[in-house]
Design a protein around this ligand. Structure first.
Ligand code: PHE
Ligand code: CO
Length: 298
């Protein structure tokens, strides 16, 4: 692996096209000694709030995995400490990064069981909402399920699939990105006790943790690979549709086949707007659609 560079907070560029992320590809050592008291307090506040909300809402696997990792509310965890547990469990390693990576770099890390974690944490005035992934989202949201052997394999397979989709072209990449969005980031799972959250974008958000399960507004639809890959998504509001898996094994089985023919088939089909329900959907709960910005779907 390349030499580590000094951590440097990278801001989005504000241009006339809106915000354009500045990609920094380097791996950085977590500057743990430089976290301020405010940084640790932000972690503590968010951690305590989410853990309380997530009992009975997050998947039992997520909660169990988070406990097994030994994350605690009092201090921002040290990646090295988590790695000692994680490497032993599933062979994954956390690496520090500045923020979002170019797609191919990201895929190659995942394919090699390296999970990039943003080293900086949001400011105290960003507790409820932040546009970019920060340490809290990455560490609290994504890392626990890497302790689960099936999910850990899924993430590595996704990385290999990403390298392949990247070579096929932008449409294939968009299909694959939607799969990530509706599973890794915003997935729901049906457990014996009821519907539960496993998506990182939900578990790291207090508002969406409640919305995803308790609001009448969004659709909740049974997972179907090609349906998911055709579905657009919103990045600026809660989701209009959540896709529900029955188990991580189901997800693994559905994604095991070569996607090359799937991409070819999807290339001839229209994308589906985020809030649409089709006759062919397995609808667990049809949403009222109330409460979204009125402008069209993303
Ligand atoms: N089977 C997929 C492919 O051929 C790889 C993949 C696995 C993608 C799991 C996503 C998730 O591209
Ligand atoms: Co994320």
């Amino acid at each position: 692996m390349s030499a580590q560079s000094q951590p440097r907070r990278v801001e989005n560029l504000h241009t006339d096209k809106g915000k354009v992320p500045v990609y920094a590809t380097g791996i950085v050592a977590q500057p743990w000694d430089e976290y301020s008291a405010d940084d640790h307090a932000t972690w503590a506040t968010l951690y305590a709030r989410q853990r309380e909300l997530l009992v009975g809402r997050a998947s039992s696997e997520f909660l169990r995995a988070q406990d097994a990792m030994g994350m605690t509310p009092d201090r921002i965890p040290r990646y090295a400490q988590l790695n000692a547990v994680l490497e032993q469990a599933t062979g994954w390693t956390l690496i520090g990064v500045e923020g979002l990576l170019p797609e191919l770099d990201f895929f190659e890390h995942l394919a090699n069981r390296r999970f990039p974690v943003t080293w900086w944490i949001r400011r105290p005035d960003q507790l409820d909402y932040i546009e970019e992934p920060d340490l809290f989202h990455d560490l609290f949201g994504h890392v626990p399920l890497l302790m689960n052997p099936v999910f850990a394999d899924y993430m590595a397979a996704y990385g290999r699939g990403g390298v392949k989709a990247h070579a096929i072209g932008p449409d294939a990449l968009q299909n694959l990105t939607r799969l990530y969005w509706y599973t890794v980031e915003f997935g729901l799972i049906r457990e014996a006790e009821g519907l539960r959250i496993y998506g990182s974008g939900i578990v790291s958000s207090s508002g969406e943790s409640v919305h995803a399960l308790e609001s009448a507004a969004p659709n909740r639809i049974g997972f179907d690979l090609e349906r998911v890959m055709r579905t657009r998504y919103r990045i600026d509001s809660y989701q209009k549709t959540y896709f529900v898996i029955d188990s991580f094994e189901q997800l693994m089985d559905a994604t095991r086949p070569d996607f090359t023919p799937v991409y070819a088939r999807l290339a001839t089909q229209e994308a589906i707007p985020a809030g649409t329900v089709l006759d062919t959907d397995t609808v667990l709960q049809r949403g009222t659609g109330a409460g979204w910005p009125t402008d069209a779907d993303a």
